[in-house]
Design a binder for this molecule. Sequence first.
Ligand code: PGA
Length: 250
Amino acid sequence: MGKYIIAGNWKMNKLPSETFDFVKEVAEATKGAECEVVCCTPYVCLAPAVEAAKGTHIKIGAENMHFEEKGAYTGEVSAEMLKDIGVEYVIMGHSERREYNNETDEGVNMKAKKALATGLVPIICCGESLEQREAGITMDWISIQIKKALADISTEDVKKVVIAYEPIWAIGTGKTATDEQAEEVCGGIRELLCKLYDCDTAKAVTIQYGGSMNAKNCAGLLAKPNIDGGLIGGASLKSADFAVITAAAK
Ligand code: PGA
């Protein structure tokens, strides 16, 4: 459906001094991948990551950004700054940032609009808690998150967006959604996009699954028709594992 994209989310791992060599290692290991391969790194690792990615197929992403253009926002980094150093992707609305940094759907929407206006690809995360899944409100919850995140984003722009479905109970827990559970929600997101925009537009959007995707379980997940890639945490920190995942995305 959408373009296949496998994006690593390093989270707060790897030092700037390790980054150049590691991105080179990922580039070598994932050579021949038929999908887009992205490494999303901490801010301080971005410059060496971009440097290492030059002349390779690897794209670099940030793990966050601020929605304002510039100004008195101590400690923040703008979309323009990311763009300026050669960053192409930016994660937003990750459940860890929602939990620890008060990130809201409204904030995600502002970030997404700013990223798109700046020429960055937003990777918008959504996902339900275990309680929500058990209460049977998964799709209702995800629909609210997506509608709010995409408010006022045009049909042209939404085609550039990546949506990452990451059930919170599957992140970093080793407990992956089954292929069917992941497909059900990713398909539901596609249907929602079909209603919010139109079905051709919905088909153009990349919808990733994330949450303990690894070298062992990636093939089944990526074979599902509505799963166009993955957002990979733990397994993106080992180039060999990450390479198995990128090879499965075709
Ligand atoms: P995980 O993280 O692969 O370590 O579960 C995924 C994510 O949070 O993006």
